[in-house]
Write a protein that binds this ligand. Sequence first.
Ligand SMILES: Cc1cc2nc3c(=O)[nH]c(=O)nc-3n(C[C@H](O)[C@H](O)[C@H](O)COP(=O)(O)OP(=O)(O)OC[C@H]3O[C@@H](n4cnc5c(N)ncnc54)[C@H](O)[C@@H]3O)c2cc1C
Length: 402
Amino acid sequence: MSGDRSLDGGSPYDAAADLVVVGAGVMGAWTALAAQRAGRRTILVDAYGVGHPRATSGDESRIMRAAHGADAFYTRWSRRARERWIAFGAEAGIPLFEQVGCLWLARRDDGFEAASEATLRAQGIPVERLGPREIESRWPQIDATGIVFAIYEPEAGLLRARRGVMAVVDAFREAGGRFELASVEPARPSGGRLTAVVAEDGRELLGEQFVFACGPWLPRLFRPVIGDLIRVTKQDVIFVGPPGGDDRFAAGRLPCFVDYDAAFYGIPAIDGRGVKVAPDRYGPVFDPSAGERIVDPDSAHLTRRNMAERFPALARVGLARVWFATMRKERIWTPPRRCGFRITVRRGGKERMSADGKYVLGLLDGAQPGEDEARFSLDRARPAQVGMRTGGDSIVTTWQGY
Ligand SMILES: Cc1cc2nc3c(=O)[nH]c(=O)nc-3n(C[C@H](O)[C@H](O)[C@H](O)COP(=O)(O)OP(=O)(O)OC[C@H]3O[C@@H](n4cnc5c(N)ncnc54)[C@H](O)[C@@H]3O)c2cc1C
């Protein structure tokens, strides 16, 4: 089992590990697996275990889609991650990706959806354009009022998020990696080098290199460096239970859907857990460890309003369950301040793009990010994020030795 405190029986790391990865969310898990499989003796450490509900990577599902407006870079990375999740699921014997498609509902001709369609076609990724009548005849549970057209990505789908992270960590341990349950922080640097992280009980984990994949905990861990550049806010995600005996909202009957201009999206029900819907807006500033995970009444109201408009059959059903996610809101990014050792802060992108621990390993080895990837760098001024507000999680990589 992932997530317990055992050190997998005896420590193979009496000396320093080659790599210590802090944070076993999706970013840290893939990085640790790639490192361990590449022959680096790796420790993965998480304060709360693997797949825990406070983590951004928690919960049942995520949308895995390639459409990203005119941005071909996200489209390419997303496809690559999709392939890796499918291959990893086959290897693990767990269907982690379900190809249920994604329907993008356009309220105007020249918005995100039209730009996405052009990008997908240019990249050779299957996409269909549907009129409102066609939407309603294919999925009669949808009311397309107010929709000008839709694009449908048949090869998009949903990723089993928590289950996927747990499977990646299981594979990491099977490859000989060591998992530790501990809340750690960087130890005092020695000669400009970080040599250890230290747990609350004083235990030290020694390492040659470190990756901090701490999601919304990052600002607290690196306050002198990050300051208020990253703000953690709370976003409510709500599961809506369909009427009894109605399976029209389950995966296979309904695709993932995004009403981009209405800032509203959702994922069909899996495992009988209801349709997952989210008003795509920033909530209040939030402490991911101690914050009260109580749903904002406005989120419930917005969810009911949007569901009533788009899915009449779900207008009067109760909200089945809520899940809370933390996220970061970006402001203008500025170069990092110094903290006694060399540090690089990178935005990690979204979950669907995370299945690329090898990319982070390349950075540890001194590879220069490509021009396209400069967007992840902290030392690039960038405006507040536009578009869907569901990502922007960061990964901090520190390294030394060259
Ligand atoms: C509402 C919402 C919806 C989203 N929807 C999608 C979607 O549909 N598709 C998609 O691709 N992406 C989506 N994303 C984005 C995606 O979920 C995140 O990008 C991803 O989960 C971030 O993973 P992470 O590993 O960076 O962070 P996390 O999952 O938060 O992991 C960080 C880990 O670090 C650990 N940690 C922190 N500090 C310490 C410490 N000091 N010591 C030890 N451990 C520590 C924490 O316990 C935690 O487990 C969504 C995000 C949100 C918020």
